[in-house]
Design a binder for this molecule. Structure first.
Ligand code: F6P
Length: 319
C-alpha cells in the first residue's frame, strides 16, 4: 500500500491529534503518501481530502480536540453515501484508511472494508466503551478532568455540608463514573450497567452524615439519569441540602495526558503497520499493555466489559 487516508469521527477525544500525528509520520517514514480527511465520513463523502506532510502534524501533540475536525454523518450510512465515499477513495487513489473514533465509526469502517477498502479502526472516545480494548484514547484525560472537578466540588460541598450529584458523560457505559467515583471517594455511583436503589443510597448518605461525614458526592453517568431531577429526590429523601453539577463538554476538552498521548502514538503507528501489510478490516486495541488487533466484526460483537471490581471497591471504601 502506498497511499492511505486518516479521519476522525464521532465525539472528539483528547489524544486524537497524537493518533493523527502517529499515522501521518509513520506513513511518511515508510515512504507512503497520506491524506487527511476533514470532518469524518462527511468530509470523505464530500471530497474534503488533503495531502498531509510532516509539518502539518507539528505542534499538535498537546492539543485537545482533533485538527481534522469530526462529525456524525447520517448520509454516509446510506447506500448512496457509502457509494459516494468509495468513489472519493478511488478518485484520490486511497488504498487504505485509518478511522479514529468509537464503535459507530467502526461500523462505517466495516462497511467500507466490505466494499473493498481496507480499513483499520483506532479507538478514540472518552467513554472507554469499546470492549476489545482495555483503554480508549481520551479516557485517561477525561477521568483526570472529572477528578479535578470532583475535588473542587468537594471543597464547597463539605464547607456547606451538602450532597452534590455530579453528572458525567457515558450514555451506555459507566466507566467515567466508576473510575472517577473511586478516585474521588464518591459516596455513591450511578451507572447504566447497575440499577441502583435510591432509597438505599439515601440511607447511606444519612448514615454517613450521622457518623460525622461533612459531605456526600454522588457520581451519576448520564445514561443512568439526570442530575437536576435527582437533586430534588435526594434532598427530599435525606432532608439534606442537595445540589447538582452537570460537567458536560468540559470532559471532552483539554491537553491529553501523557498516558493518552503514548497510547494514541502506539495505536496510530500500529494501524499504519497493518495497512502497510495490506491488512484491513481490523480494530487496534491495547490489552495487558500490548498493542494487538482484532477483526472489526468480532470487535463490535464483543460484550462491553464493566469493571465490577472497581465499582465494588468504590462502594467498600466510601462507607
Ligand atoms: O461518545 C462520546 C460522548 O462524549 C458521550 O459521552 C456523549 O454522550 C456524547 O459523546 C455526546 O455527543 P454529542 O457531542 O454528539 O452530542
Amino acid at each position: 500500500m502506498k497511499t492511505i487516508g486518516v479521519l476522525t469521527s464521532g465525539g472528539d477525544a483528547p489524544g486524537m491529534n497524537a493518533a493523527i500525528r502517529a499515522v501521518v509520520r509513520t506513513a511518511i517514514y515508510k515512504g507512503m503518501k497520506v491524506y487527511g480527511i476533514r470532518r469524518g465520513y462527511s468530509g470523505l463523502v464530500n471530497g474534503d481530502i488533503h495531502e498531509m506532510n510532516v509539518t502539518s502534524v507539528g505542534e499538535i501533540l498537546h492539543r485537545g480536540g482533533t485538527i481534522l475536525n469530526t462529525a456524525r454523518s447520517e448520509f454516509f450510512n446510506t447506500e448512496e453515501g457509502l457509494k459516494k465515499a468509495v468513489s472519493m477513495i478511488n478518485i484520490f487513489g486511497i488504498e487504505g484508511l485509518v478511522v479514529i473514533g468509537g464503535d459507530g465509526s467502526f461500523r462505517g469502517a466495516r462497511d467500507l472494508s466490505e466494499l473493498g477498502v481496507p480499513t483499520v479502526g483506532v479507538p478514540g472516545t472518552i467513554d472507554n466503551d469499546i470492549a476489545c480494548t482495555d483503554m480508549t484514547i481520551g479516557f485517561d484525560t477525561a477521568i483526570n478532568t472529572v477528578l479535578d472537578a470532583i475535588n473542587k466540588i468537594r471543597d464547597t460541598v463539605s464547607s456547606h455540608e451538602r450532597t452534590n450529584i455530579v453528572e458525567v458523560m457515558g450514555r451506555r457505559a459507566g466507566d467515567i463514573a466508576v473510575y472517577t467515583g473511586l478516585a474521588g471517594g464518591a459516596e455513591g455511583i450511578m451507572i447504566p450497567e447497575m440499577p441502583i436503589d435510591i432509597d438505599k443510597l439515601c440511607r447511606r448518605i444519612i448514615e454517613g452524615r450521622n457518623r460525622g461525614k461533612s459531605s456526600s458526592i454522588i457520581i451519576l453517568a448520564e445514561g443512568a439519569g439526570k442530575a437536576l431531577e435527582l437533586e430534588k429526590i435526594i434532598e427530599e429523601k435525606t432532608g439534606m441540602e442537595t445540589r447538582a453539577t452537570v460537567l458536560g463538554y468540559i470532559q471532552r476538552g483539554g491537553s491529553p495526558t501523557a498516558a493518552d498521548i503514548i497510547l494514541a502514538s502506539r495505536m496510530g503507528n500500529y494501524a499504519v503497520e497493518l495497512l502497510e501489510k495490506d491488512i484491513g478490516n481490523r480494530v487496534v486495541s491495547i490489552r495487558n499493555n500490548k498493542i494487538v488487533d482484532d477483526d472489526i466484526n468480532e470487535a463490535l460483537a464483543m460484550e462491553n466489559k464493566f469493571n465490577k471490581e472497581l465499582y465494588e471497591l468504590a462502594q467498600v471504601l466510601s462507607i
